[in-house]
Design a protein around this ligand. Structure first.
Ligand code: FAD
Length: 481
C-alpha cells in the first residue's frame, strides 16, 4: 500500500456486493475497509433474497401439505387439517436472516476488514467522509474506492406507505400480518414471489400490473405457462393495463386504479392490505458525487465496462461502482461478481462482466429461471445482425424424476443460432428451475455450442435431463450446418 492512504480499498456499503468485493480484496492482499450506515448485509441478507426465500420455503411446505389431490397420487393422506403459525414462520425467516448476517459480519472480522459504521460520501478523489453514529465526521482515504450502496423499493407517487396496511417488501419479509385480501401492485419477480407466499398461506390476492401482460420481463411462452400454473388455479385475481394512482392506507386500504393509457380513474378497490412491488431505485443521493462532477443517470451511478465511475464519458481513476447502485441486472450474484471483477482490475488483471450470461430466478412453486435473451429479443438481434434464430422446448411431464415427484408442470426452452449452435437464451419453468439454469449459464459463459452440449452426460434420473433432451433436440434441429 502507498503510505499516503489509510487503505488500499475502501468500500461504501456492506451488502452482498461490498461483502464480495471485500473478501476478494483481502484474498488479493489489499488492506480493506468497509463503510456501512445501516444494517450489515444490506438488502439481500436483511430485506431481500434471504428472508423471502425462508418465507417461500415454509409457505411452500404448507401448500404441498394442503394439496390432498397431489399427496393422494403419491399414496399419502394427511389426517386432519394442516395448520401453521404465522409468527412461527416469521420467526423462521428472522432466524435465517440473523444467521446469515452474523456469518457475513464474522467473515469480514475474521479476515481483518475494518468495518466503519456510518454514512459515507465522496469528498474528493480517493477521499471519503463518514458521518458516524455520534454525528462526528471521519475522513478516510484509500487508493481505490468502491461504491456499493444498493437500492431501495420504488414507491410510485400517490402511494402512501404506513408499514402496516400499505407496505413494500421491506416490511412484507417480516410477515407481521396475514391479510385476508391483499392487493399486490407489480407482477415482477418480487410481486410473484409474495403472491406465492400469501396464496399458500390462504390470502386472497389481486395482482395489478401497469403493462398489458403479466410478468412482462419473462419469455412470452414461459409467462403464459407460469400464468397457467402460478396464477390461474390459485386465489389470485389479475388486473393488467391499470396503474395504481392513489393508495391510501387504513381499514380498508383504498386503491384508485387508472387506465394505463388514458390515466383516467376507472376503478376503486377496497382491500385489507397492499404490497407495493413496483421496482427498486438506487441509493446514491447521499454520496454527493456531484463533488466530483459526476452526473447520476436516473439516480444510478454511471459506469464503464470495467465499472469505473464515468464523468463526461471518461472513467474516473480509482473510483468504482458495483451492484444495484449501477442498475445492471439488479441481483445479488451480479453485485458480488462485479465486486470481484473490480478487485481483479485494481490488481492489474482487468475483468469485465458478461451480463448476458448471468442467470436469474423467481423462487415461486414451481420456480422460473432464465439466462440470456427471450425469444423476441433473440429474433430482433438476429434480424439486426443477420442470423437465423431457432428454439426448442422440452417438458417436465416426460421427465422420470418429475413424474416420480408428481411435479410435472414445466418446460425448458432453448433459443439458439442454427448456424453455429451458439446459445442465445435458456428459460425454464418447473421444479428446481433455479438450480437447473446454472448449467445453461455456464454453457453460455463458455460459449459451448449445442452440438457439444448434446454429448455432455447427465445423471439419470434427474431434472437436468430436461435440459439434456433440449440440447439434443437443438443439435438435431438444424444446428451446426
Ligand atoms: P444492498 O444489498 O442494497 O446493500 C447496500 C448497502 O449499502 C446497504 O446495507 C446500505 O445500508 C448501505 N449504504 C447505502 N448508502 C450508504 C452510504 N452512503 N454509506 C454507507 N452505507 C451505505 N437477488 C437475487 O440474486 N436473488 C434473489 O432471490 C433475490 N430476492 C430478492 C427479494 C427481495 C424481496 C428483494 C427486495 C431483493 C431481492 N434480490 C434478489 C435482489 C438483491 O437483494 C439485490 O440485488 C442485492 O442486495 C444488491 O446488493 P448491493 O450490494 O448492490 O446492495
Amino acid at each position: 500500500m502507498t503510505q499516503a492512504f489509510d487503505y488500499d480499498l475502501l468500500i461504501i456499503g456492506a451488502g452482498v456486493g461490498g461483502h464480495g468485493a471485500a473478501l476478494h480484496a483481502v484474498a488479493c492482499g489489499l488492506k480493506t475497509a468497509i463503510v456501512e450506515g445501516g444494517v450489515m448485509g444490506g438488502t439481500c441478507v436483511n430485506r431481500g433474497c434471504i428472508p423471502s426465500k425462508a418465507l417461500l420455503a415454509a409457505s411452500g411446505k404448507v401448500r404441498e401439505l394442503r394439496d390432498a389431490h397431489h399427496l393422494k397420487a403419491l399414496g399419502i393422506q394427511v389426517v386432519g387439517d394442516v395448520s401453521f403459525d404465522r409468527a412461527g414462520i416469521a420467526a423462521h425467516a428472522d432466524m435465517v436472516v440473523t444467521k446469515q448476517r452474523d456469518g457475513l459480519t464474522g467473515s469480514l472480522k475474521r479476515i481483518g476488514v475494518d468495518v466503519i459504521q456510518g454514512w459515507g460520501r465522496v469528498l474528493a478523489d480517493q477521499k471519503v467522509g463518514v458521518t458516524q453514529p455520534d454525528g462526528s465526521e471521519k475522513i478516510v482515504t484509500a487508493k481505490d474506492v468502491i461504491i456499493a450502496t444498493g437500492s431501495t423499493p420504488f414507491v410510485p407517487p400517490g402511494c402512501t406507505i404506513d408499514h402496516t396496511t400499505v407496505f413494500t417488501s421491506d416490511d412484507a419479509v417480516r410477515l407481521e400480518t396475514l391479510p385476508q385480501w391483499i392487493a399486490i401492485i407489480g407482477s415482477g419477480y418480487i410481486g410473484l414471489e409474495f403472491a406465492d407466499i400469501y396464496s399458500a398461506l390462504g390470502s386472497e390476492i389481486t395482482m395489478i400490473e401497469g403493462l398489458d401482460q403479466l410478468m412482462p420481463t419473462f419469455d412470452p411462452d414461459i409467462a403464459k405457462l407460469a400464468q397457467r400454473t402460478l396464477i390461474a388455479p390459485r386465489d389470485i385475481e389479475t388486473k393488467t393495463g391499470l396503474l395504481a394512482m392513489k393508495v391510501t392506507p387504513g381499514n380498508p386500504v383504498v386503491i384508485e386504479l387508472a387506465d394505463a393509457k388514458t390515466k383516467e380513474i376507472v376503478e376503486t378497490l377496497e382491500v385489507d392490505a397492499c404490497l407495493i412491488a413496483t421496482g427498486r431505485v438506487p441509493v446514491t443521493k447521499e454520496l454527493a458525487l456531484e463533488n466530483l462532477g459526476v452526473e447520476l443517470q436516473r439516480g444510478y451511478v454511471p459506469v464503464g465496462d470495467y465499472l469505473n465511475v464515468v464523468k463526461n464519458g471518461q472513467p474516473i481513476a480509482h473510483l468504482w461502482a458495483i451492484g444495484d447502485a449501477t442498475g445492471k441486472l439488479m441481483l445479488a450474484h451480479t453485485a458480488s461478481a462485479q465486486g470481484v471483477a473490480v478487485v481483479e482490475t485494481i490488481c492489474g488483471r482487468p475483468r469485465t462482466i458478461d451480463y448476458n450470461c448471468i442467470p436469474a430466478a423467481a423462487f415461486t412453486h414451481p420456480e422460473v429461471s432464465f439466462v440470456g435473451l427471450t425469444e423476441p429479443q433473440a429474433k430482433a438481434k438476429g434480424e439486426a445482425e443477420g442470423f437465423a434464430v431457432n428454439s426448442v422446448r422440452t417438458y417436465f411431464k416426460g421427465n422420470a424424476k418429475a413424474i416420480a415427484e408428481g411435479e410435472t408442470d414445466g418446460m425448458a426452452k432453448v433459443i439458439f443460432r442454427p448456424d453455429n449452435g451458439q446459445l442465445l437464451g435458456v428459460h425454464i419453468f418447473g421444479l428446481h428451475a433455479a438450480d437447473l439454469i446454472q448449467e445453461a449459464a455456464n454453457a453460455m459463459g463458455q460459449k459451448t455450442p449445442v452440438q457439444e452440449l448434446a454429448f455432455s452426460v447427465h445423471t439419470h434420473p434427474t431434472l437436468c435431463e430436461v435440459l439434456d433432451e433440449a440440447f439434443k433436440r437443438a443439435a438435431g434441429a438444424g444446428a451446426g450446418h
